[in-house]
Structures are given as structure tokens and as C-alpha cells.
Design a protein around this ligand. Sequence first.
Ligand code: FES
Length: 402
Amino acid sequence: FINKIIEENEIDCDFSWQPSYIYTNSEEYIEQIQNEVKTASALGIKASYQEETPLPFKVKAAVRFDGQAQFHPRKYLLALAAKIPGQGSNIFEQTKAVDIEEENGCTVITDSGIRVHASKVIIASHYPFYDKPGLYFTRIYPDRSYILAVRAKSKYPGGMYINAEQPARSLRSQPYENGELILVGGEHHKTGHGENTNQHYENLLSFAEDTFGVISVPYRWSTQDCMTMDGVPYIGHLTSNKKDIYVATGFQKWGMTSSTVSALIIRDLIMEGDNPWKEVFDPSRTTIAASAKNFIKENADVAGNFISGKLMSVPENLDVKKGEGKIMDIDGYKTGVYRDSDDKLHFVDTSCTHLGCGLKWNDAEKTWDCPCHGSRFGYTGDIVEGPALKSIGIELKEKMYS
Ligand code: FES
């Protein structure tokens, strides 16, 4: 479907067909890989069992899927977005939707006060910003991953790869300035739970160095996505009795495909009232009960973080180095302190404005991250990522120490 859109619209987004491999170097996954090949084949998906891959290291087993798609998502989306304005369709950037009123249809409330009326609303904002009816924060957790874009000494052998075991390693390439970048990803952890987050980049760098030899790392980034309790995205009505509000979330870091799946299903639900895959992705599916063990574990983590965040003892001086962020006790308030490269101190309240969990410092991204539902705030207190809708107010404390 994506390929068809790219061809029809002549989108230049580095699209190519590539083989995709899941490989393992651990005995314990060999049988699972064999089963994966059998199951895929039984479903009519072309898959083959391999004992070698084109990668420059040995593997114990791999499943190979041919004819998989690789493309540059931002180039693809910019081209699509450029086609949207007109015929009643618009994109509004820098306009944060914060609530929905449900009288006489739907009214989306934005932070600028602008109200947008619509007969149908689709919430596609990671965590739904309108969550009162669905309590999505109790059945989604955010997970982060890291990636390096590397100029390497060896040439990339083609293909896309991910291993089965931990630590996760994911590989693919991207055309770049008459050459290529190798994208090396992995090192996932729940948001707000990675202790020394810079270490994750270091670990990827050492893997890239051992595998391809690194000349330089022009780009690196980390990101997070919502994970569901049974590993299947939530796509459909926000709750079973909300017929005009739809949600698409929980893509499990497979957003390039899951977003397209969501668009097709929700389009059909709105236009035809049905889709053959509706029940599989239904956010209110009863099969979710089968994942109750995970569900309870995720929520237990929330409670634990809430308490330890509040009671944590903190140092009583402002011993903060440049580029460092710390939680300190200042005038009896647990306060987040960051010293920037110009020696300026930035203070934040480390209680998350979503439901009050204690925020943790993320040294790799210089943000305050919430271990409960993954809200993130810049060191100045601004929101980077929801579900929180309010920043972590700093002005008062800044004045005290100016
Ligand atoms: Fe829910 Fe922080 S994101 S308490």
C-alpha cells in the first residue's frame, strides 16, 4: 500500500525492497526462529530458515523475509503532508489539543483557546490526550530506544536486521551525501528507568565499532513509543460507547506500518462502519485480559515509583556541574536542578503534572522523564512528550536563585 502511494505520487523517499532478517546468537532462540519460519509459511508469508546472513559476524540462526520495504519516513510524510491543504482539510502546527467536549458532536479544545468542531475525532497522539473515558495510562507503558547513524569503514551488506535476544540490536542503512549511513539501534528501556542513559549510546557505539568500524557518528537520537499489554496496537473506538472518537496508539515501535494500518482501519470504520481487522485491534478487546500478568506488573511499577520518588533523600547544596542535572532539597522542596553550558541554573518541580510521580533525570537527552507513563520535560520545564499537559513550573524557583 505504501509503495503504491509512493509510486502514484512520485514521492522521492529512498524507497527500496530489502530482505529482512531476525537473527539470533543464542541457543535458546533457535527453536523459536524455526517456529517463526513454520508459522509464517503456514500463513502464506514467504519466510526461509538461514544459518548465515550477509552481516560480518556469525549467527546461530535467522529467519529471512524477502521483499520488505525500506524508506525514509520523514521524506515520505513531508510529501504527503504537502498534499493535504485544500478541500476542507488543513494541518495546524504548534496547536496542542488538550481536551474534547462531547455535546452536539465533538469539540476539540486547544491550548490557544481555539475550539475545533468535528463530527468525528481521531486521536493519534501516542497517549490519548483525552483519556478520562478510556484510562489508557493504566494499559499502556512507554519504552525508549536509542539509535546511531554511523559513517563506517566497511560497506553495509544490504538488508534490515534485528536480533531476537537482549540487548536488542537493529541494523539498516540510509543513502546519505553520495554514500551511506548505517543505522544502529537498540538498548531499549522503560521511560524514566534507564539509570545512566549516555551508556546506551556508548554500548551501540562499541557494537558498531566491532561490526563495521566507525569513522564518525553524524547523528544520534532516542525516542519512545507506547507499548500495549498484549503487544497488539489499540486501533478503533476510544471506548466501546464512544462512536465518534477513535484512537490509534500502542504501535510498539512499529509506527511506519502500524500508522498505515490504523489509517486504513479507521477510514473503513468511519466510511463503512466496519473493517475485517476491527476486532483484532479493538482497544476494548476482551482478549486483553489474557495479558493481565503484564498489566498488573506495569501498574505495580507505577506505585513503586510514586512512593520512592516522593521519599527520596536529596543533597542539600547546589553542587551541580555544567551539563549535569540533579534532584536537590531546596527550601524543603524536592527540586530538579540543571546547570547549562553558560553556567545558568534551571530549576523545576520534579512532580510530574500528569499524576504526580517523581521525575528522573535523563543525562543523554537533558530531560526530566516520568517513570510512570512516560511524560518528558525539557530542563527548562517545557513539555517534550505527554500524557502530561502542563509544564513543570520553574519561574518561582528561578527568581529565588537569580
Ligand atoms: Fe503519568 Fe507522569 S506521566 S504521572
